[in-house]
Design a protein around this ligand. Sequence first.
Ligand code: 4GX
Length: 254
Amino acid sequence: MNFVVLTIFPEMFDSFWAHGIIRKAIDQKKVSATAINIRDFTADRHQMTDDRPFGGGNGMVMKPEPLVEAIGAAKKNAGAAKTVLLTPQGRTLNQKMARELASIEELILVCGRYEGVDERICHEYIDYEISIGDYVLTGGELAAMVIMEAVTRMIPGALGGQDSAEKDSFSDGLLEHAHYTRPRNFEGREVPEVLLSGHHREIESWRMESSVMRTLLKRPDLLRNKQLNDQEVKILEKWLSEIEALLNLHHREH
Ligand code: 4GX
């Protein structure tokens, strides 16, 4: 995967690329990452990347010419590259999109500032418009980092543990099970007994139950959109009958 970021703040990416799994993926040459300064593609004496909006109003708009020149420069090395504009108007990023983006050879991430980019670049020069969520950022740079992080994790071998990407939240449509480490008693709260038992099959089924029930309680929308398997149905039925038993008791006493 080659990431090329187009930005007026290329230095923002230095420390991001120098840490964690993205640093490792770059060191292992699974990923390359470069930032291109859009300002280097301006033609005027003041190197202006923005201009006043036609029709008037507050704020500035990114000029199309420097952006198009910068995209052209980014495509010099990889003609088959896909361009991504980070914008609140885009499709909201999810794990499936991250997995799909990971199969692309080169991604050119276009970071807008100000009120946005001139509309006319979207038609010819942008392949995907992506949002990282419904909130307002000041520029596309943090959104580009989020995309690079989520995509890099999906590149085979980029994570330490062979199967950790697969086991993580969302990969099977469920939230992660609860996690515990030492001490066994923390502020009066004990680690669930089964996790200390060494019974691997029991631990595995406890974790599956933890995943399903946490998803039901914290993110029921995820369960609704998921094709449940036999094991998941069994867990939900078990809890349903527990709840029914409680209600039967209650009704008999009142
Ligand atoms: N998920 N922003 C982009 C400027 C802008 C506006 C329109 C292009 C078109 C955001 C988000 C986000 C704020 C980044 C506006 N550029 N990006 N910026 N949420 O809020 O991706």
